[in-house]
Each structure stands twice: as structure tokens, then as C-alpha cells.
Design a protein around this ligand. Structure first.
Ligand code: NAD
Ligand code: AKB
Length: 315
């Protein structure tokens, strides 16, 4: 039986991924860990949880060995906007955590390792429309540099040691269950919350800033489908491009107005505008679709309906 360790389980992705994996593998076989105290949703789920700093190599190694861990999901990271405020710290956490886990997984013969990359691994010289799987990268944020370097480290451990590591270049992820952790795409979550609360939103990106985005339900399903796919189907051992939709702040505001006609938006672009401007506007994920059958379900209209319904119920 598989035993799964999730590091950074209290974050935007971690909470939902933990719940989804527990449904498949059983509550007691999925251990959630985070440097922060247990997220209330996980507390309610009442599964195994440990406080764990991913930088504490000895403690991580101890848990992997003691619990006979067969799969690791490393989600702890410093995201793009937060990373720019303290680049050396962000580099240290993002890279050292990955290197620690690559070594621990190799030493303990962990069967599968998941570590997410991001559209941030691309940069301003990357083709911005339908960005191909293999293309110029040259990221300009510390977060993006850590994702690009991380992808290459993952490929290195696969080639050199046969570690079965899998990764996705997530677009901006939109969800209502747990709060986002300091990214450039976070506006696309805040806009729904503020639309319901104040019927107004001031956006930190300009109205025509297109970015690739995905609803969390699709992202969780993609992650699990990638991890469940037979190893021979995984032809990219850096990270797969993954896509669902692409929209601008103006377009998401128009989709909200269909449900909340009095909603208004204005724009006050800040330092995050420059980060967004260095990323692709849309992604070609045909390799993920061909290799392991990826198919998204949510477009902007369907996501808006679901976000507003769930946020209203949460209020
Ligand atoms: P998040 O910031 O919401 O969650 C990260 C979690 O890691 C937090 O709960 C935090 O407490 C924890 N953490 C931070 N430092 C830690 C440490 N030293 N030890 C243990 N835990 C620590 O991030 P997220 O959005 O859930 O992202 C998870 C992963 O997915 C990251 O690698 C991120 O780069 C990637 N990703 C996310 C998105 C997105 O839109 N959310 C898009 C692309 C890639
Ligand atoms: C961020 O904006 O930093 C993340 C990402 C796209 O990696 N949401």
C-alpha cells in the first residue's frame, strides 16, 4: 500500500490535494505537513498531520524512513510576488527544499516524487502565445529562476538515478477553499471575493494583461492523473505545460458582471505588472494531452459560476 507525504499541505494547493489523495489512498495513508499550524479544513478532516520545516533535512528524512513513505508531494515554496521582496531567501527555500527532497527520495527509494513548476519558468524572450513545451526559457523573477533550475534538477535525478519524478508547469490557479500564497495571479481569486463583499475591485494588473489560468478542480485532477499515469507515458522529466484557459482582468470582470451586474473594477498596476508581462499569455499543452490524456473541464464561464456559488455558501 502506498504511503504519501505532502510537504506544504496547508497552502492553496496542499489543502485540496491532501483531501483528494485521502479519498483515493485512505485518510491514514496521506500525511499532511506544513511549517504553519494545521489548516482548519485539514483539522476537520482529522487525518495525520505534522508540523515540519522542509529545510530541516534530518527531520524530513526521519519521517520518510519512519513512515515508510512511497510517494512525496513537495508543495512548500515562496511564490512570485513574495519572492521578489526577498530574493535570496526565496531562492534558498525553493532550491534547498527541492535538493533536500531529491536526495531523501533517492536514498529512501521513494517510488514517486511530485514537485510543481510554473508558467513562471518562462521569461520575456519566450514566445507568449501558445508557448510550446520546449522553447526559450530565460525567466526573470527569482521564483521563475528557481522553477527553471528545479525542472533541470528533476530531470537530472531521473536520468542519473532513475527517480520517478513528475512535474507540471501550473498556470495561475483559482480556488475558493484555501487562500493563495503571494502570487502574481492571485488577483483572479481576490476579484471574486471582493465582488461578493464590496461589488468593487481594484486590480493590481492592467485591464488587458492576459495570463494562463486554471480552476483548482482541474489542477488537482491533472496532478493525480499525471502521478497515476504509467511511467512509460511520461516523456517529459522536466515539467509538462498544462493549460485550461487564458483571460485578462477585463474579461474576468465581465464574466462576474453577468452574475453581479452592479460589480465595478478599476486598475492600479503595481510591481506585479512587470512580473505578469514577462510570462506567457497562453500555453500549448498538446504534449500533456497526447502523452497522458490531459483534458481540462473548466472554462472562464463555468469557473465563475462555481466560484461565486461556493464563495456565497462559505459566507
Ligand atoms: P502556498 O504558498 O499557498 O502554499 C505553500 C505552503 O508551503 C504554505 O502552507 C506554507 O506554510 C508552506 N511552507 C512554506 N515554507 C515552508 C517550510 N520551510 N517548510 C514547510 N512548509 C513550508 O502555495 P501553493 O499555491 O499551494 O503552491 C504550491 C506549489 O505549487 C508551489 O511550488 C508553487 O510554486 C506551485 N505553483 C502554484 C501555483 C498557484 O497558482 N497556486 C501556480 C504554479 C505553481
Ligand atoms: C504566482 O503567481 O506566483 C503563481 C504561479 C503562476 O506560479 N500563481
Amino acid at each position: 500500500m502506498d504511503k504519501i507525504l505532502i510537504i506544504g499541505a496547508g497552502g492553496q494547493i496542499g489543502v485540496e490535494l491532501t483531501l483528494a489523495l485521502r479519498k483515493i489512498y485512505g485518510r491514514n495513508n496521506v500525511i499532511a505537513t506544513d511549517i504553519r499550524e494545521e489548516h482548519p479544513i485539514l483539522k476537520e478532516d482529522n487525518g495525520p498531520f505534522f508540523n515540519l520545516d522542509v529545510m530541516d533535512t534530518k527531520e524530513v528524512a526521519k519521517i520518510v524512513a519512519r513512515e515508510n513513505i512511497t510517494q512525496v508531494y513537495l508543495l512548500a515554496a515562496i511564490l512570485s510576488a513574495t519572492g521578489e521582496a526577498n530574493p535570496i531567501w526565496a531562492w534558498d527555500i525553493n532550491m534547498q527544499s527541492l535538493l533536500n527532497l531529491l536526495e531523501i527520495c533517492r536514498e529512501n527509494k521513494v517510488k514517486k516524487f511530485y514537485w510543481p513548476s510554473s508558467i513562471a519558468a518562462f521569461g520575456p524572450n519566450t514566445p507568449r502565445q501558445n508557448t510550446p513545451q520546449h522553447t526559450i526559457m530565460e525567466p526573470t523573477t527569482v521564483y521563475g529562476i528557481s522553477k527553471y533550475a528545479g525542472e533541470l534538477w528533476c530531470q537530472y535525478y531521473f536520468n542519473r538515478y532513475g527517480l520517478d519524478i513528475r512535474s507540471l508547469r501550473y498556470p495561475g490557479l483559482i480556488s475558493w477553499k484555501s487562500a493563495p500564497g503571494g502570487g502574481t495571479t492571485d488577483y483572479a481569486i481576490d476579484i471574486y471575493i471582493e465582488a461578493l463583499k464590496k461589488q468593487h475591485f481594484t486590480c493590481f494588473l492592467s485591464e488587458d494583461t492576459y495570463l494562463p489560468m486554471m480552476y483548482m478542480d482541474d489542477a488537482i485532477r491533472a496532478t493525480i492523473e499525471l502521478m497515476e499515469a504509467p511511467a512509460e507515458k511520461i516523456r517529459n522529466r522536466t515539467a509538462y505545460n498544462l493549460s485550461a484557459m487564458s483571460f485578462s482582468p477585463k474579461e474576468i470582470s465581465e464574466s462576474i458582471k453577468l452574475h453581479i451586474p452592479e460589480f465595478t473594477i478599476d486598475y492600479a498596476p503595481d510591481y506585479r505588472q512587470q512580473i505578469a508581462a514577462s510570462w506567457p499569455q497562453s500555453i500549448d499543452d498538446s504534449e500533456a494531452r497526447a502523452d497522458w490524456g490531459w483534458k481540462h473541464e473548466f472554462d472562464l464561464a463555468k469557473m465563475t459560476e462555481d466560484m461565486l456559488k461556493n464563495l456565497r455558501n462559505k459566507q
